[in-house]
Write a protein that binds this ligand. Structure first.
Ligand SMILES: [Zn+2]
Length: 266
């Protein structure tokens, strides 16, 4: 899940954009309450927060957030994670200077690094791993960590995307395209396809837990069949494709928009 300061109140009926509610540092990327109109979408977002998947992204320093944004921009430009030396050049630091920031971002589950080499292998919403979610962004095709991440990429980068994914149960192809710069759905096939926003967060790394239960299904029947196969019927929320986009926009739409002090810009 996302490198975003999604701020959610504990109320189940309101998503707050009060950045200070979080950790009070570098308040960026808070969703606007008006962005989330579906009660079910709010419940799904609250469940993600309550699972701890968003708390860890609170309170990035302005410097850490500058590096995070540069990394995500390079990711989109290249279609894959940049080498650390290239990222260091982009942000005007030496590789050793950059190390403390990368460690901080990794601890906060904003990026994922290879345990052996230290190479960056993921930065929400992207991953170097082959996932079932391929997203065409400009001239590049990238792997998204999960279904919600895939849906958020268009609004995040302010451009339309095409998503090619599969039903988690049967592998049927699911294709989604956006319009209005990632803010609406142009079409999705099959028409019965839906989003499952599951609840799981372990080991302080969403890539290994939560992202595995945020998936597309070709139909309600296949979601139900898949849940019956899971332990405890895999708790979570069934979202329409529109609700899935709404959740994704709440998390990602503003995550690349910061001012010089980390303040939100529009
Ligand atoms: Zn299916």
């Amino acid at each position: 899940m996302p490198a975003s300061r999604l701020i959610l109140s504990r109320s189940k009926t309101h998503v707050s954009n009060d950045a200070q509610h979080c950790c009070g540092l570098a308040p960026v990327a808070a969703p606007r309450p008006s962005d989330v109109v579906s009660p079910r979408t709010r419940e799904a977002l609250l469940a993600i927060e309550n699972a701890g998947a968003l708390i860890s992204w609170c309170g990035l320093s302005v410097e850490d957030d500058r590096v995070r944004i540069a990394l995500l921009q390079m990711y989109a430009e290249r279609g894959r994670a940049p080498a650390i030396v290239d990222l260091a050049i982009r942000v005007g630091l030496s590789a050793s200077q950059l190390e403390a920031t990368l460690t901080s971002l990794e601890v906060r589950d904003v990026i994922v690094r290879d345990n052996d080499t230290g190479r960056i292998v993921g930065a929400y919403p992207f991953t170097e791993a082959q996932t079932e979610h391929r997203v065409d962004l400009g001239a590049q095709t990238l792997n998204a960590m999960c279904a919600i991440d895939a849906l958020g990429i268009g609004a995040m980068y302010d451009r339309d995307v095409r998503i090619r994914s599969t039903c988690r149960l049967c592998g049927t192809s699911i294709e989604i395209a956006t319009l209005n710069r990632g803010r609406e759905l142009a079409y999705w096939t099959p028409e019965m396809a839906i989003v499952w926003s599951g609840i799981s967060y372990e080991h302080a790394c969403a890539a290994n837990s939560l992202c595995k239960v945020l998936a597309f299904f070709c139909s309600d029947e296949h979601l139900a069949a898949w849940r019956r196969q899971q332990a405890n019927e895999s708790p979570g929320f069934r979202l329409s494709m529109e609700e899935g986009l709404e959740a994704a926009r709440a998390i990602f739409e503003r995550s690349l928009k910061t001012g010089p002090s980390g303040a939100i810009t529009t």
